[in-house]
Write a protein that binds this ligand. Sequence first.
Ligand SMILES: Nc1ncnc2c1ncn2[C@@H]1O[C@H](COP(=O)(O)OP(=O)(O)OP(=O)(O)O)[C@@H](O)[C@H]1O
Length: 368
Amino acid sequence: MQVVRHVVCAMSGGVDSAVSALLLRRRGYQVTGVFMNNWDVVDEHGMCSAEKDCEDAYRVCQKLDIPFHQVSYVKEYWHEVFSYFLNEYEKGRTPNPDVLCNKHIKFNHFLNYAIDNLGADAIATGHYARTSHEDEDIFQNQYLKSSQTLFRNRFEIRNNVKLLQAADFFKDQTFFLSQISQCALRKTLFPLGGLTKDFVKKIAAEAGFHHVLKRKESMGICFIGERNFEKFILEYLEPQPGNFVSIEDGKILGTHKGWFLFTLGQRARIGGLRDPWFVVDKDVATGDIFVAPCTDHPALFRDLLRTDRMHWIAEEPPAELVNNKMMDCHFRFQHQMALVPCVLTLNQDGTVWATLVKPIRALTPGQV
Ligand SMILES: Nc1ncnc2c1ncn2[C@@H]1O[C@H](COP(=O)(O)OP(=O)(O)OP(=O)(O)O)[C@@H](O)[C@H]1O
């Protein structure tokens, strides 16, 4: 087993990664901070927020007296995340770029850079998640008693690591980490996994990280930020006009600028109509978007779905599933907090049928 001494922490300039680096320092690791720039296009207000974020990350590293580096994955992000994102929209699906960004950028390119170029034994991020290989609970419980205690390194790289939910259920980010590899997880620390966000803010205030506490919580697409979605996507995809069609009687109710501007369950503004309509389906071949007249229309609910090929993090696929149905599972969708019990059956091509105990609204193709 390899003992971890040098940890490279991904620093976004926000409170979570600042406190992660601080906790790693207090645990006695050699820590290096790295800021990633993955998107160099200015936003609608002519701003490039990455510069300010980088400056904030640098100030934290200065305060902690740790080395700071900057790295750019603009090209990789474009090819491996953004192009896929656009392709998926063109196919009528609704992708999740943050999940992909974690898989390809943070837990692949960044991880390799940290290990190969900076000599790291492991990386850390400010995600709210836990792994089965960290003795985080012991560490954090002790930390709660004394915020000044320095801890010995006790983290060692092990096999068959599991990705576990964060202690702060409302901040849990395992959904966004669901596509990362076993190999990456083995070399990752989540120092905040056992803490609540409120407690993290308290640690930041005590440490004098006032500039990161003032920052707004990051929203919108990872690295791209908050945008007017229609305006943003139409900069990259040609308009594809089509019709809104009533699911009830097949009547054409109006026109739209492109199926990729709408996702299942979404309220559609149809010109000239006062009552709201909701998207229940799309036909990319004809450009039709099918709509229903109420938000809880039966056409919006499903209790059975087939996944793409599954990504297994800890075991490939669990023996219980190979031999039979897997009963004790929970389905989580679009980062919603509610977990719905479900039964899984494995298909020969590696896809899975999930039968949910109750129908869920707007199960959207392309989501995780
Ligand atoms: N530009 C970046 N450079 C380096 N690491 C980053 C960057 N953006 C995000 N990360 C890493 O990914 C983690 C999760 O990112 P997310 O966008 O969810 O931010 P967050 O939860 O608001 O965290 P933070 O408060 O650290 O910004 C961050 O805590 C950080 O470790």
